[in-house]
Design a protein around this ligand. Structure first.
Ligand code: PMP
Ligand code: GLN
Length: 384
């Protein structure tokens, strides 16, 4: 393994899901729903397979039906107008979009600012692109995590190429506010930075609203927006994602994507096109269902003695284990938890460069059936 990758090892998600399987525990670690997305969308995928739609290499940028549906979705939900031919690119999940964007836009030695804690592939992709990551730490106060705008401003140097943003934010559940996003936008314009913004949880917002960074003044031309069918439609195994950006940025990201996967899986693209056109009732019901589950798990964790950061968005809740009285080592806590009560969680420290900042925090996923969450809550409530 080359020096760029040696520090990364196996992703925490694979490690913790293997631990859950080995110990027969309830897996609230890796974020994936335990119920598949809409039946009609699965049927649409089957139809595409049967009718031979996309069984051979689809077009590099994605099938036109899906690119059109993505552009319509950006207009319908966010009022953003993108040309499906020049300003949309379909990728193999958001993960490939992140990788391709960084490989395309970062020169070796460039600095990339990312909000810490960050989704684990960010650090690895910055490294693969030869960039240097510069973490800006989100800190908890008053029951939620916030962005320190002075710290963000201070992190920009002449070497800064781009800001890698994520809102709604995994793992903290924070949804960046209009003021925070306006400040990021103003900084990007002032210092002539690009922004790659990971908005895969755009529809999973329970408090406030999701505002796409690209909708702020001056940002449309310098923002690569990433999303994915995994979260919005509960098909994490399909790995259909996309970017929307200016023609120049899409062309750049496509240059990298074509040598990573060439194209993304064909038949599923037709089904995701249908999914993006589902009526508002689908998106409302998804949000309402997850809000109920958020409250069930958050209340249960609070009753069990955890400090709880009830999330404004995503399907993760970050907790503080210190009030439990067993110390402040989230890694040790997560390793012991399956043996203690048959539940798996993720230690937030893995999402930090400054590991000590994340040490006492542990993330639980609530995209699970109500009876599974109730069982987990009962088990966690019996922790001694
Ligand atoms: N970004 C974030 C913040 C995520 O949480 C995830 C899902 N784990 C991804 C990207 C990856 O999305 P996909 O499964 O579409 O590759
Ligand atoms: N995004 C999911 C999470 O944060 C899982 C992603 C993965 O397994 N790579 O848990």
């Amino acid at each position: 393994l080359n020096r760029r990758l040696t520090e990364f090892g196996t992703t925490i998600f694979a490690e913790m899901s293997a631990l859950a399987a080995r110990t027969g525990s309830i897996n609230l670690g890796q974020g994936f729903p335990d119920t598949d997305g809409p039946e009609e969308i699965r049927e649409a995928a089957v139809r595409a397979l049967r009718e031979g739609k996309g069984n051979q290499y689809p077009p590099g940028p994605g099938v036109p039906e899906l690119r059109t549906a993505i552009a319509e979705h950006q207009q319908r939900f966010h009022g953003l107008v993108y040309d499906p031919d020049a300003e949309v690119l379909v990728t193999a999940g958001a993960t490939e979009a992140i990788a391709a964007a960084l490989l395309a836009l970062v020169e070796p030695g460039d600095e990339v600012i990312a909000l810490e804690p960050y989704y684990d592939s960010y650090a690895a992709c910055v490294a693969m692109a030869g960039g240097t990551r510069v973490p800006v730490t989100l800190r908890p106060h008053g029951g939620a995590y916030g962005l320190d705008l002075d710290e963000l401003r201070a992190a920009v140097t002449p070497r800064t190429r781009l800001i890698l943003l994520n809102t709604p934010h995994n793992p903290t559940g924070t949804v960046l506010t209009r003021e925070e996003l306006a400040a990021v936008a103003a900084l990007a314009c002032e210092r002539d930075l690009l922004v790659v913004t990971d908005e895969v949880y755009e529809h999973l917002v329970f408090e406030g609203e999701h505002l796409p960074l690209a909708s702020f003044p001056g940002m449309r031309e310098r923002t690569v927006t990433i999303s994915s069918a995994g979260k919005t439609f509960s098909f994490t195994g399909w790995k259909v994602g996309w970017i929307t950006a200016s023609p120049e940025l899409v062309t750049a990201v496509r240059s990298a994507k074509q040598y990573l996967t060439y194209v993304s899986a064909g038949p599923l693209q037709y089904a995701v096109a249908d999914a993006l056109r589902l009526p508002d009732t689908y998106f409302d019901a998804l949000r309402a269902d997850l809000r109920t589950k958020r409250d069930l798990l958050s209340d249960g964790l609070a009753a069990a003695g955890f400090g709880v950061y009830r999330p404004a968005g995503t399907y993760f809740v970050t907790t503080d284990i210190r009030p439990l009285g067993g110390g402040d080592d989230g890694f040790a806590f997560c390793r012991a938890l399956p043996g203690r009560c048959g539940v798996v969680a993720i230690p937030n420290a893995v999402f930090y460069d400054h590991r000590e900042e994340g040490a006492p925090f542990v993330r639980f996923a609530f995209c699970k059936r109500v009876e599974v969450l109730a069982d987990a809550v009962a088990r966690l409530g019996a922790l001694t």
